[in-house]
Design a protein around this ligand. Structure first.
Ligand code: AMP
Length: 217
């Protein structure tokens, strides 16, 4: 199974990705999580990309593309994967297509487009909390942890991402509209190469998950 989750920030890509990767037993590849790990570890890549994440801007394509190429070479991604937050630009989409053609993979690539209105996105992002240790996602209103401020899975501390502050969210949405939303048409136009699915992601996470798995072939 090879899946790509598309959708604006706050569409629920991370939440759906966790459920889907468990169901299909495929690695969840979140470029955002990978970049945050690099930043936390103060690696060279982390230092070069920190500013972009803080400002809600996209990291330059060459850096992300190299990171993803390296990730796809790991054994666990040989039989399938789920991308969350990648590709985000046309250049990334073209690079991914080339990589997959070269890998000669036969299973269809599913593009799952999560559709959600802006008011829902804003509400979800400003109330989202993430585990510092394992990146599990919570929401203080709709998905609170059992113990306030602590992760149910690993007891790590929950925090609000810098880019989940209202000023940065607006920039992320503009970036999405300019650079990532055009990918919807890009994939729709090549319907013979991809399975393109749109789902309503403004609903409860279980309902959206149910809609996805009935549409995945
Ligand atoms: P996310 O966790 O997917 O919301 O991503 C958080 C941030 O990481 C984004 O706002 C970007 O700064 C950066 N990022 C994640 N994925 C990509 C990507 N595919 N291309 C460029 N920047 C990315």
């Amino acid at each position: 199974m090879r899946l790509i989750l598309l959708g604006p920030p706050g569409a629920g890509k991370g939440v759906q990705a966790k459920m889907l990767s468990e169901k299909y037993n495929i690695p969840h590849i979140s470029t955002g999580d990978m970049l945050r790990e690099e930043i936390k570890g103060k690696t060279d890549l982390g230092e070069r990309t920190r500013k972009y994440l803080q400002e809600g801007k996209l990291v330059p394509d060459d850096l992300v593309i190299t990171m993803v190429k390296n990730r796809l070479q790991k054994d666990d991604a040989r039989d399938g994967f789920l991308f969350d937050g990648y590709p985000r630009t046309l250049e990334q989409a073209i690079s991914l297509q080339e990589l997959l053609v070269r890998a000669n993979s036969r299973s269809p690539l599913h593009i799952i487009n999560l559709e959600v209105d802006e008011a829902t996105v804003l509400r979800r992002l400003t109330t989202r909390r993430v585990c510092l240790q394992c990146a599990a996602i919570y929401n203080v209103l709709t998905m609170p942890s059992k113990k306030e401020g602590k992760c149910d899975k690993c007891e790590g501390s929950l925090y609000q991402r810098d880019d989940d502050k209202e000023e940065v969210i607006k920039d992320r949405l503009i970036t999405y509209a300019r650079q990532t939303e055009p990918l919807i048409d890009y994939y729709k136009k090549q319907a013979s190469d991809y399975v393109f699915i749109s789902v309503n992601a403004a609903k409860e996470k279980e309902e959206t998950f149910g809609e996805i798995i009935t549409k995945v072939i």
